[in-house]
Design a protein around this ligand. Structure first.
Ligand SMILES: Cc1cc2nc3c(=O)[nH]c(=O)nc-3n(C[C@H](O)[C@H](O)[C@H](O)COP(=O)(O)O)c2cc1C
Length: 226
């Protein structure tokens, strides 16, 4: 069990996040150890939050990746305002990670590669759902998904269970892909006895060049009162 952050504090908090994620995965502490809440702000200033799966972590230069529908509520919010906040919590390990930064669409080739690695049913699901849009009934969603499968050249079936797209049959929908969340601030929190938790916050600059690409500065760490 981790009972405190090291002293001196680690240079790169995302390396610690990677270690904690490995530990949570190895010990199978929960069905989705990579579950991450992502908060966005809509164009009118309304905040919203939902769980996604953290699918990749690159500690240096420092971003995490999740996949979604770019036209979903979160996708539209990020288009209007790329500032997001993320949170991971492993209750069984007594650990929390908070991350703040900007979400930028992943390079198309990276999203293509991830989409190609998914099972065929999940690939069809990405085509079938206009995520966050109103839906008349579950039957309507299934019919819509099967119809899109037929449009993409899949055999005609009446149930989703019968759909078995051949490997590599479906391309990635253009409105579906990854976001890289570039960290500007990270907070690590370790549960402590008598509520004397251990907590520290790392911050760095995140300049963007003329193409919008981030150029992170050096991490600076500070312990915080819990
Ligand atoms: C454990 C768990 C994992 C999820 N993973 C994802 C994910 O990786 N991507 C995604 O788009 N939605 C995922 N969802 C669904 C989202 O929480 C959310 O319902 C959906 O993305 C629509 O959100 P939005 O309307 O705010 O855009 C997951 C939900 C749960 C409970």
């Amino acid at each position: 069990m981790i009972d405190a952050l090291p002293t001196p504090l680690p240079h790169n908090p995302l390396e610690t996040l990677a270690n904690w994620l490995d530990e949570a995965t190895r010990r199978a502490v929960q069905p989705n150890p990579n579950a991450m809440s992502v908060a966005t702000v809509d164009a009118d200033g309304t905040p919203s939050i939902r769980v996604v799966l953290l699918k990749a972590l690159v500690a240096d230069p420092g971003y995490v990746v999740f996949y979604t529908n770019y036209r979903s509520r979160k996708g539209r919010a990020i288009e209007a305002n790329p500032e997001v906040a993320c949170c991971l919590h492993w209750d069984a390990l007594g650990l929390q990670v908070r991350l703040e930064g900007v979400a930028l669409p992943s390079p198309a080739e990276e999203s293509d590669a991830y989409f190609a690695s998914r099972d065929a049913a999940s690939q069809l699901g990405a085509w079938g759902s206009d995520q966050s849009q109103p839906l008349a009934s579950r039957e309507a969603l299934i019919a819509q998904t099967l119809a899109r499968g037929r449009e993409l050249g899949l055999p005609d079936t009446t149930t989703l269970a019968d759909v078995q797209p051949p490997e590599g049959a479906l391309p990635r929908p253009p409105h579906w892909g990854g976001y890289r969340v570039w960290a500007r601030a990270v907070e690590l929190w370790v549960d402590g006895a008598a509520r004397i938790h251990d907590r520290a916050r790392w911050e760095r600059s995140l300049a963007r060049d003329t193409q919008g690409q981030p150029h992170p500065g050096v991490w600076r760490a500070q312990r915080l009162q819990p």
